[in-house]
Write a protein that binds this ligand. Structure first.
Ligand code: DNO
Length: 356
């Protein structure tokens, strides 16, 4: 296991590489070329400049989150092959710069969805939260505006204003796309990119849908154990793997996360570990990483990762906003640093007690 922190790049993040380097036990960042649009080729020069900046700060690039997928690929439009060719070129460029892990998602239109980006908790901290009735009551356009307005001036991942300014057209693209078609399009994409992943030893790590059910009537396909295992079997190559995101899978309390982890031995390439608190079947909010602050057993989750021999990067996920910090919601320094220390502590205890 390698502890990392997500970092959006100097122009986009309030957190610096120097700060990340000072978190005990964090040796790498998970980063991206945040200014690129889905479908563009990432040039070797841009990738190299990013790598050199990270390395100059004494860290390494442990993986990319995300190389986003163009909607034409998700929908299966006539021009999808051109966009897949571009994706393949990006993978080759990443591979030749020594980057071997790519996190992506296959959610239509939006990436993750939350109804609030700063819900106040009794201790004065704020967290991201999801309320189904609030989501049901809002149009997607209004949702975008509200996310954009509450993002403290940052661009939230997956909510790029330029792509989403025409939400209605994006929704139209998905008119004839049901779960089955989306699944087939995902397999088509993966089958086309696997040869280059084999050649450059790149692990593709699909991120689960967040929340783990359809929103705004759009299909969602990476929501639980059965569907994940179906994908692993459909493209049965070890480079086709998962980002095990506890907060996303865990949005549905019926998902038994340690069991899902154990069923995915060899296919978990990356882990996002964070806790959630369920308030009602309709409502959850994010919590501190500590088990007793939320509804998940973080020890059981890490123990399952340890038991399947997980050796990839792990990162604390969304943190609370604490100590007056102003940052991209979920991505401040302080609470994620606390999360990294807590997860490192749990891991050390698991490791030592397993070897005793
Ligand atoms: C939200 C993140 C997601 C994730 C993508 C992966 O904060 O977990 O935006 O990065 O779904 O492609």
């Amino acid at each position: 296991m390698e502890m990392t922190l997500r970092w959006f790049g100097t122009p986009y993040d309030s957190v610096t590489l120097e700060q990340i380097r000072q978190i005990p036990g964090v040796s790498g960042v998970i980063t991206t070329l945040y200014g690129t649009k889905p479908g563009e080729v990432w040039s070797i020069e841009d990738i190299r400049a990013l790598r050199e900046e990270v390395e100059a700060a004494g860290l390494k690039i442990s993986g990319i989150e995300s190389v986003n997928i163009h909607d034409s690929i998700k929908v299966g439009d006539d021009d999808r092959d051109e966009y897949i060719d571009n994706y393949i070129q990006t993978l080759k460029n990443l591979g030749s710069e020594g980057i071997k892990l790519v996190c992506y998602n296959f959610m239509p239109v939006f990436d993750w969805t939350r109804s609030e980006l700063a819900r106040m908790r009794p201790d004065g901290t704020t967290v991201l939260a999801y309320n189904q009735s609030a989501v049901d009551a809002i149009r997607p356009e209004a949702m975008f505006e509200s996310v954009d307005k509450s993002a403290n001036g940052y661009i939230m991942p997956g909510w790029e204003p330029e792509r989403l300014k025409d939400v209605a057209r994006l929704f139209e693209m998905y008119n004839n796309v049901d779960e089955e078609k989306l699944f087939r399009n995902l397999c088509y994409f993966l089958n086309r990119i696997m040869p280059v992943c084999d050649e450059y030893d790149i692990d593709m790590a699909i991120h689960p849908d967040d929340p783990a059910w359809p929103v705004f009537g759009l299909p969602r396909i990476i929501t639980g154990k059965e569907k994940i295992l179906r994908l692993m079997a459909a493209v049965d190559n070890p480079h086709n793997g998962m980002t095990l995101c506890t907060g996303s899978l865990g949005s549905n309390p019926k998902n038994d996360i340690p069991d899902i982890i154990r069923s995915l031995k060899g296919r978990v390439h990356f882990a996002h570990v964070r806790n959630l608190r369920y308030n009602s079947p309709d409502d959850f909010e994010e919590a501190a990483h500590l088990s007793r602050d939320g509804s998940m057993d973080m020890y059981a989750i890490l123990k399952a990762l340890y038991d399947i021999g997980f050796s990839g990067p792990i990162r604390p996920d969304h943190g609370r906003m604490i100590w007056g910090e102003s940052a991209m919601p979920g991505y401040g320094l302080y609470d994620r640093a606390l999360g990294a220390c807590y997860l490192n502590g749990l891991w050390e205890a698991i490791e030592k007690s397993s070897q005793a």
